[in-house]
Every structure is written in structure tokens, then in C-alpha cells.
Design a protein around this ligand. Structure first.
Ligand code: ATP
Length: 332
């Protein structure tokens, strides 16, 4: 039987996401419960390079389950992508006696973890990112909170759009992935939902939808757009403000833009995020403590499970076109 880890380090990396703290708490308590020493690495991979490591005890993770952000801080690190940076990171782990590492983050963070796994470190990846854009998993920690925050904000904007009989253009997060826009757009009855996965035609997908719904008696309009659609090459508009100005001019309906931005990243995690994070953190510690490293955790068929890291990272992400089609038929 494989030897389990005796000292497990944990870090968060990439963009923060609500629920990361619940995952860290569960991993620490799960690991301590199995007799492991637990170490927290501050500021992601950069903290590993800079030797920002501290011992975590049961009480170190008190009072965090309900908090957004990450108690370990997070960072992006260009140095870590280099072989020299990775050597420094591995040296830090060795100096502290860590024989395993849990990484809470997104796809990029997992690629970094895979590099360490190929150099002998036992790793487990926990999907923590608001975008829900990790191909191997149906769900990522933070997504539910982010979508609910976007819904709450859009509901507020709808009230004012309704009172003034306006069009409200709302830009939500998602550079390459339209999941937040799709979910929030469905939940708020948006007239148009624009996502990076689908090329959009301004006349057909925005103006004609507004004109059609207006002809059926609609007096206020919600357009939800992923930030990524304005950054694609060949995009007709370089910003949501520019699109709003065009809508005002071309439809005669005054349009206003709101960019939700980082409010979608913060806030107390929802029940779903806290529970999924707790399950994943606990499983990560269990896997490493029992010698089953080099796994990426995922939700499949609604259940938390673990996948081989190489296999997990070779998965191809699929956008839910069926759901998108449904949204088009409902928002009339
Ligand atoms: P989010 O989805 O929230 O952006 P992420 O984990 O995808 O999270 P990235 O900025 O892509 O965020 O990655 C975080 C860090 O992981 C990077 O700063 C870098 O140090 C490391 N990393 C990213 N991609 C790679 C890679 N291909 N190889 C090695 N390390 C990587």
C-alpha cells in the first residue's frame, strides 16, 4: 500500500472565489484529524517561491466558513511558470517537510500543480473559481455565489429600468466562459444574453430581440453580456458602454450600462458553495493522507469525485447550447 502524506501544504491561487475558505477549513481539519501536519502557504505559488509558509491548527481556520475571499490570500505568479521558479517552490516545500500540496484554484493553477506532480510532488487540485470553467467538473466553488450576486444586482437594475422604460446593459464576468451570463440571464429573464462561446450579431441578437419583445408589449429590456465578448478580435463593440450607446441610437430606447466587476467575486458563500467546498476540502486531505495523490476533484453527475490529474486536464469544456437555446425561447 502507498504511504500517505505526513505534512500537507495548502494554497489558493488565481482569482479568489467565495467558498475557498470553507475548502481550506475542511482540508485543514480533515488532515489534522488523520494525524497530518498542515501548512498554509500565503499568496499562492508566489508565496511558495518566497517561503511564506505557516503552520495551521484547528483554531487557525475558525470563523472563516462564512467569509468570502481567501484567508491564505491569492496571487498570480509569472516566476512560478519558469523551471527556476518551480525549483524554488519545491525547495520551500522540502524545507518545511511537506510531502503533499493542495491547490485551490482554476485551470491555470492546476497546470502549475501538474508541473509539480511531474517533479514528484503529491498534489490534489480543488476547483475554486467563480467562472465554472473547468472542463472536467460540472461545478466550481464560488460559481453559485457569483451567479446569485449577479442576479441580485440585475434585479435591482430591472426595477430602475422598468420605472424609466429603459434598456439596462449589464456586463458580467467571464473572459472566455459565458456561464455566469447564461445563468444570471436566464434567472432574470434577460431579453438578450451574449456569451463568448457564440458569435453574436448585434442587429439580430440584440436590436431585433428588443424590437420584437417591444412589439409584444415589453417596455424595459435587460441585456446581459459576458466581459469576454468585448475583447474578442473582430468584436463590433470594444466595451459595454459602446454597445449601450448604439442601442440608444438605433432603437430609440435609452440604454444604460452597468459593469458588475469584482462585486461578483466577493461576499459570503452560498450554502451550495460552503457544502461543496467542505466536501472537496475533506476529500483532498483524505486522498493525500492515504497515499492517493495527483488527483483533481470534480463534481460529476452531481457528486464530488476525484480524477487523475492528467486525464482531468485533458478534458474539453462544453458550453450548454441547449440551455442557451431555451433562454432564447423564454425571454420574449
Ligand atoms: P481563475 O480561473 O480564477 O483565473 P486560474 O487558476 O486559472 O484561476 P491563472 O492566473 O491562470 O488562474 O493561474 C494562476 C497561477 O498558476 C499563475 O499565476 C501561474 O503561476 C500558475 N500557472 C498558470 N498556468 C500555468 C501553466 N501552464 N504552467 C504552470 N503554471 C501555471
Amino acid at each position: 500500500m502507498k504511504q500517505g502524506a505526513s505534512t500537507i501544504a495548502i494554497l489558493s491561487s488565481g482569482g479568489d472565489a467565495p467558498g475557498m475558505n470553507a475548502a481550506i477549513r475542511a482540508a485543514v481539519r480533515g488532515g489534522l484529524g488523520r494525524g497530518c501536519r498542515m501548512l498554509g502557504v500565503l499568496r499562492g505559488y508566489q508565496g511558495l517561491i518566497d517561503d511564506e509558509v505557516e503552520e495551521l491548527e484547528l483554531r487557525s481556520v475558525s470563523d472563516v466558513i462564512h467569509r468570502g475571499g481567501t484567508m491564505l490570500y491569492t496571487a498570480r505568479s509569472d516566476e512560478f511558470v519558469t523551471p527556476a521558479g518551480q525549483k524554488k517552490a519545491l525547495d520551500t516545500l522540502a524545507r518545511h517537510g511537506a510531502d503533499a500540496l493542495i491547490v485551490v484554484g482554476g485551470d491555470g493553477s492546476f497546470r502549475g500543480a501538474l508541473d509539480l506532480a511531474r517533479q514528484g510532488m503529491q498534489i490534489v487540485g480543488i476547483p475554486g473559481t467563480i467562472d465554472n470553467d473547468i472542463a472536467c467538473s460540472e461545478y466550481t466553488i464560488g460559481y453559485d455565489t457569483a451567479v446569485n450576486t449577479a442576479i441580485e444586482m440585475i434585479d435591482r437594475l430591472r426595477d430602475t429600468a422598468q420605472s424609466h422604460e429603459r434598456c439596462s446593459v449589464i456586463e458580467v464576468m467571464g473572459r472566455h466562459c459565458g456561464n455566469i451570463a447564461l445563468s444570471a440571464g436566464i434567472a432574470t429573464g434577460a431579453t438578450a444574453i451574449l456569451v463568448p462561446e457564440i458569435d453574436f450579431d448585434y442587429e439580430k441578437d440584440v436590436l431585433e430581440r428588443i424590437a420584437f419583445t417591444r412589439s409584444k408589449g415589453k417596455r424595459h429590456f435587460i441585456v446581459v453580456a459576458s466581459e469576454g465578448i468585448f475583447k474578442q478580435s473582430g468584436s463590433r463593440f470594444s466595451s459595454s458602454e459602446e454597445m449601450s450607446a448604439a442601442i440608444s441610437q438605433d432603437s430609440g430606447i435609452p440604454a444604460r450600462t452597468t459593469v458588475l466587476g469584482h462585486v461578483q467575486r466577493g461576499g459570503s458563500p452560498t450554502g451550495r458553495d460552503r457544502i461543496t467546498a467542505s466536501e472537496m476540502g475533506y476529500l483532498a486531505a483524505e486522498l493525500l493522507a492515504t497515499g492517493r495523490g495527483n488527483r483533481i476533484l470534480a463534481v460529476r453527475a452531481g457528486r464530488v469525485c476525484d480524477l487523475d490529474v492528467e486525464e482531468a486536464l485533458s478534458a474539453v469544456r462544453h458550453f450548454d447550447f441547449e440551455l442557451y437555446r431555451m433562454s432564447q425561447e423564454l425571454s420574449l
